[in-house]
Design a protein around this ligand. Sequence first.
Ligand code: XMP
Length: 531
Amino acid sequence: MTTSPSASLASNSSAASDLGQEKILVLDFGSQYAQLIARRVRELHVYCEIIRHDLPAEAIAAKQPAGIILSGGPSSVYEDGAPKCDPKLFELGLPILGICYGMQLACEALGGKVGHCESREYGRAALQVTSPEGLLSGLPGETEVWMSHGDQVNAVSEEFQALAATSTCPFAAVQHQSLPVFGLQFHPEVTHTPLGSEILRNFLYNICECEGRWRLSDFAEQTIQRLREEIGDDRVICGLSGGVDSAVTAALLYKAIGPQLSCILVDNGLLRKDEQAAVISEFTDHFQADLHVVQAERLFLDSLSGITEPQEKRKRIGNLFIACFKQEATKISGAKYLAQGTLYPDVIESGAAPDGPAATIKLHHNVGGLPEQLGFELVEPLRDLFKDEVRKLGIELGLPEHLVWRHPFPGPGLAVRCLGEVTKEKLDVLREADHIVVSEIKEAGLYRETSQAFAVMLPVQSVGVMGDARTYENAVAVRSVNTDDFMTADWSHLPYDLLAKISNRIINEVRGVNRVCYDISSKPPATIEWE
Ligand code: XMP
């Protein structure tokens, strides 16, 4: 039995890197942007992995990267205990690009001086490009860049040459004269640096001499082939939740092993409007997969009866989900593997990657514990991919756009959006209100721009007037957020007209609601879900 994700089947760390030996490694110094750097590199068709910053130089060399990027980070290089890389890294002869903290580290290691800036620089700055070749090839004399730093390189050793400067930062871009080491004080990976992708492209193609062979379609083909070989004649069980990750996992497995795949959907009565029907139609009409639907609404509602405490709700839902899934899974004879839609950010965040920085452990795991309990081996075909890559892959595999672009939905479902006690009546009201929120945002063409939008049923009633009559009915909150990583989020600045339409429709069409509020809290300090 295999339970360690790093040992799981089709853990494509090797599959992905086999696709062409071309690979860039990002050394993570705690930057909020490390994943973004890796995504940008992959968008430029070069495979990229994030690794620990303190891996020995020999171990890094053994991975045969075409180049290395040193990420930014919150520390100061001159502080005690500041994260450092193995200084021998600079002797490997590999192209290295240091970004922000990564640049300061590289310059300091090679004889430069890093100090505190007079004024902390945060935001847009005009970059004067003095050397528009190599790393900055094709850039105009002046271009906008995004700065976010308290320290900067104040003096470089004679070995370094400045390539560009801003009014406050004389060494905004530098190049070593004899080593292939480069540094950028600004962030090329963020969209606020409009020509950032050009700079990264120059690094990959001009300096690391990459050919750009990373393609999702190749990844899909090779993963399907690999899954076929490794699974052989065995049976795989895959839980479907209605979300994109499990759908793409199932679609990939279906392409690989067809009838040897059995999917399980536990309808806990906490799904969105028409969700069960949509999953059934997709996986039985389109893919003709062996789909087992467990109708468990009553069980879940009974178990939640009288429960108001959010963590207790989660616990009960999680346990019952495992029990239902297990019961159904044991009916499927001869299953050896359990498929999970684990993504690369989960792998990095859980520290599960062999070289991953052990950061926060992801708590939201829907089927955690299942493989151990059922004696399955894990199949995680998406563990090398970012969410946007999973979406693209879903489209390649023929899944419909509406499923692939669906906003994330929590495992405990509408229960954490139905504050206080969960009842069938409240859930039905919530489902209708939620459907209106999502349909109107789609209608306005803003669904893809927003990251997660939904309705929340509040445990309060308020006075209203409808016609000539006084009402005393429920209040619903509308939540819509924009975020890159769901760790921090801003509330979506939706147009007033759209908010007005959502509010009018909910109050007019959903019986039992007479008031709608819009949630304008960011995360932190609020969370995205209300419970
Ligand atoms: P919060 O509310 O923590 O949510 O800001 C961040 C993201 O995680 C989702 N979420 C969950 N997902 N099980 C899940 O599978 C959970 O218990 C859970 N709680 C929150 C939430 O929808 C958002 O996308």
